[in-house]
Design a protein around this ligand. Structure first.
Ligand code: ADP
Ligand code: ZN
Ligand code: ZN
Length: 852
């Protein structure tokens, strides 16, 4: 017997998505060939789990092992680099590696139907023989089994591959599922067919009808001379030699013009808005002018009127310089980090697109990360315009199946440009040359569940491992990144001016304490802001008003006993939502009736206190009844369509005013807005959070950046109760450097990042007793453990003492040495395990963004 060409190891170590910091060893049954980085299905505590193979070996473990049920992948789904990255994340954030891998792979949708079958040459031969001899193989088996095999081969011979369900239908013979499975397995053994891992997403992806102009617009349409004489232009089909030119009626013309103006492609759904009947579209389709095609929803998304091409202008000197420096870093083919600090409206997006295009031209890949709500329809439209089908867009609106579909497109190398939110940092691109993190300071890059990674920092590490360039872009960089740039860990590249030298808006501060003294009552909208709004409306200019709090009133107060209405699951006030007639907890989503009397004392004197965006909208309606006002917050934006609609409306001038939470502050480039009113954005300054000043400065700068992006200069009216606070003062003066210097000083004194690494350790339990005992025990342990160079604060009640039914206590660790801090955290987790504190109740948040 010839020696086997290769030996399949007998065991594999599998990382499972369970809250345990270890891999599990399973035996590999003969004939099965799992791969490192591929998925396997394994039994785990009476259940089946899929996990990632992290090692293959022949070392029998001490305990009896169970067998792998199925190898799901023939090739790794996590290549060597991504495996390494996952292990780094597990180590850095103290997260179970299996949970990290799960977060890296958007393939949850595939578990049911991950497999398809394909015919082999041997299979074709068997089919051929069967065709001549009457059965695919001479054997003593039942004729219906042979018939099934024959039909399976016959069916597969005509297509690339098929799933079990299709094969079942194709065989026309009633066989049980298990019987069919057994037969297919037998055919695989005979090497007639092969099993393949395929995306189950392909069929499941939401597909929409898209209308496509069939030939270039110019050749189809010609305006008649009447156009110049002021009469309605009439369009003719002029260049189709087969058919005589036929006149288009007005509806048909509208439709075609709209399509043409949108680059020749629009979802049919979007055309409905034009007020033309379905038959108009049908007629044009019949006449061959328009074709209807199926497209994944992602590619049909752009309902935003196409903008000027992102490259139709001359790049400024600063933009060219930035582009050159990034290009150089990419060309070096080794790690290089750049911090692109460009003020609002300085044209960062154009720089991103231009370098991604250069990378693509070299046949290499790039990833653009954007914050949760930063992937505006405008950016998506730009990406499609520049990269067409080469771009994969991963956003939160995708279903699991769609996400998996995009993942496979990227993996197959069909999309070498990837744009998306947080988890897009794990996109399986080959030959990664560049990662761009837009608005790198944004807190949505931090995942607030295990694994608690920050995509910005993971991007930097991935770039290091890949020898790629990483660009962190922002108008308001985080203290951490700015500090790194100052210490030359990153190259600092600046875009100090707005494009075409447009001025930054003038900011006028309105002291709301003084407003109260002068008017004798608590104002929501100051006299100054009201006056400025009126002026803009008269000039037909547009206004944005920010109030960073949703709902109608944030507090319900009893005048008799002084108590407020709290959520039953959390130690926070319930918010009144007027239109939806309910009270809602913004932390856990709990909903309750609007109280007509106090829950504590029964008094009827309950008052609704404070203002949220819903009430602000109502107030503005009252003050400016003629104005068309829209609102953008989590209550009005249920899906991305609402978001797009509101922005479209503003962009097209269908709205005069847009009110909203921080959703309105980010990224939008709407040229008609000349006034930004900040009604409330400084609430954070009253919170016990060391990042409050930084966040406030960033939010104020961002929202101010929405004003005056077009031809007319902008203005900001900033209402505040903290008029002397340096975050407010520096933001009003657009003084970035000033703010950073001051804030860095404060961080140094207080041993906060970037001078110390921090971690938040949260102990939680539904039982107050447990939470107290556990945090007490760990507190003692921290005290008696020697840990030089690490400050441990706590245990203390967390600022939000109860959340989603859990009582919460926490520790804050600070240390200039990350290694030491992580070692202590690891020892603490071991201690917690020894004390039988469930791993899920001890949350370790390294580089915590929120300490609440
Ligand atoms: P940022 O992201 O820095 O706030 P954007 O990239 O959104 O700025 O650019 C602001 C606007 O300026 C966009 O409408 C963009 O198309 C336009 N723009 C970018 N670069 C130039 C340029 N060199 N000349 C003219 N307009 C530009
Ligand atoms: Zn009361
Ligand atoms: Zn709650």
């Amino acid at each position: 017997m010839p020696a086997l060409a290769f030996h399949m190891p007998t065991f594999c170590d599998v990382a499972l998505a369970v809250p345990l910091d270890m891999a599990f060893t399973y035996a590999i049954p003969p004939g099965m060939e799992p791969v490192v980085g591929g998925r396997v299905l394994v039994p785990f505590r009476q259940q089946r789990f899929s996990g990632i193979v992290v090692a293959l070996h022949d070392r029998p473990p001490r305990v009896k092992t169970k067998k792998v049920i199925e190898a799901l992948d023939l090739a790794p789904v996590l290549d060597e680099q991504l495996l390494k990255l996952g292990k780094w994340i597990a180590d850095y954030y103290l997260a179970p590696v299996g949970e990290v891998f799960r977060a890296m792979l958007p393939l949850a949708a595939e578990f049911k139907h991950a497999v398809a079958y394909r015919i082999t040459d041997a299979g074709r031969m068997a089919l051929h023989l069967a065709g001549t001899s009457g059965s695919p193989a001479r054997s003593k088996r039942a004729p219906e089994e042979q018939l099934v095999e024959f039909r399976v081969l016959d069916y597969l011979a005509e297509r690339e591959s098929a799933r079990e369900e299709s094969l079942r239908r194709a065989t026309h013979v009633p066989v049980s599922t298990s019987k069919l499975k057994a037969l297919l397995a037998g055919m695989v053994r005979k090497k007639w067919i092969v099993r393949e891992d395929v995306s189950a997403a392909r069929d499941a992806a939401r597909v929409v009808k898209v209308a496509v102009l069939h030939v270039p617009v110019e050749s189809r349409l010609a305006a008649s001379p009447a156009a110049e004489t002021g009469q309605a232009p009439s369009l003719h089909i002029s260049s189709s030699p087969a058919k005589p030119a036929k006149k288009l009626n007005e509806n048909q013309r509208t439709l075609i013009e709209t399509l043409a103006a949108s680059g020749g492609r629009l979802p049919v759904e979007a055309l409905r808005g034009l007020d033309v009947s379905r038959t108009t579209l049908a007629t044009l389709v019949r006449r061959g002018l328009i074709e209807l095609v199926d497209a994944p929803q992602d590619f049909a998304l752009s309902r935003l009127k196409p903008r000027q091409s992102p490259f139709e202008f001359e790049f400024s000197a600063a933009q060219k310089d930035a582009l050159a420096k990034i290009g150089e870093a990419v060309g070096a083919r080794k790690f290089g980090g750049l911090l692109l600090h460009g003020i609002t409206g300085s044209g960062k997006t154009a720089v991103y697109l231009a370098c991604m295009r250069e990378v693509l031209e070299q046949g290499r890949s790039s990833i653009l990360l954007v914050p949760e709500i930063g992937l505006t329809p405008a950016v998506a439209a730009d990406l499609h315009q520049v990269f067409g089908d080469e771009v994969a867009i991963l956003h939160s609106g995708l279903s699991d199946a769609e996400r998996a579909d995009q993942w496979h497109r990227i993996r197959r190398g069909e999309a070498r440009v990837v744009a998306g939110t947080r988890s897009a940092v794990f996109a399986p691109v080959g030959d990664l040359a560049l990662i761009i993190v837009d608005e790198e300071q944004d807190s949505s890059y931090k995942q607030e569940e295990t694994p608690r990674y920050n995509a910005r920092d993971v991007a930097v590490m991935r770039a290091k491992m890949a020898g790629a360039a990483v660009v962190l872009g922002s108008a308001t960089p985080s203290l951490e990144s700015y500090y790194n740039a100052k210490k030359s860990k990153y190259a600092l590249v600046e875009l100090p001016d707005r494009v075409e030298m447009r001025p930054l808006p003038e900011v006028e501060i309105v002291d709301m304490r003084q407003e109260f003294q002068e008017t004798g009552k608590e104002q929501v909208i100051s006299r100054k802001l009201a006056e400025e709004i009126r002026e803009r409306l008269e000039k037909k200019e547009q206004v944005m008003v920010l109030l960073n709090r949703r709902g109608y009133s944030p507090v319900v107060l009893c005048r008799a006993c002084g108590k407020t209405l709290q959520c039953k699951n959390c130690a926070v006030s319930m918010t009144h939502h007027k239109r939806e007639r309910k009270m809602e907890c913004h932390y856990c989503g709990h909903v309750a009736h609007i109280p007509d009397k106090c829950a504590h004392c029964g008094s009827e004197y309950v008052y609704f206190v404070g203002t949220g965006s819903e009430k602000l909208e109502e107030l503005l309606h009252g003050m400016f009844p003629q104005a068309r006002i829209g609102r953008l917050d989590r209550d009005t934006v249920r899906g991305r369509e609402d978001f797009e609609q509101a922005l479209n409306a503003l962009n097209e001038g269908a709205l005069d005013m847009l009110v909203g939470t921080q959703m309105i502050a980010k990224g939008h480039d709407i040229h008609g807005v000349t006034l930004v009113g900040v009604v409330g954005a400084d609430m954070a300054l009253g919170l016990p959070d060391f990042r409050a000043a930084e966040r406030t400065f960033q939010l104020l700068t961002q929202v101010a950046g929405r004003a005056g992006r077009g031809q007319s200069p902008g203005k900001v009216v900033l209402q505040t109760y903290f008029q002397d606070h340096y975050a407010v003062q520096f933001a009003a003066r657009h003084d970035f450097a000033g703010f950073y210097e001051k804030e860095l000083q404060f961080r140094a004194w207080m041993h906060y990042p970037p001078y110390s690494a921090i971690a938040n350790v949260l102990i939680r339990s539904e039982k107050l007793d447990d939470a107290l005992t556990w945090s007490g025990a760990l507190g003692h342990w921290f005290e008696k453990t020697r840990h030089e160079g690490i400050r441990v604060l706590g245990p203390a009640a967390a600022p939000i003492t109860r959340l989603k039914r859990d009582y919460r206590y926490h520790f804050i660790l600070k240390s200039p040495s990350r290694e030491k801090m992580n070692a202590l955290l690891r020892a603490m987790l071991a201690e917690a395990a020894a004390r039988k504190i469930p791993r899920t109740q001890v949350i370790v948040d390294v580089d915590a963004v929120w300490l609440m």
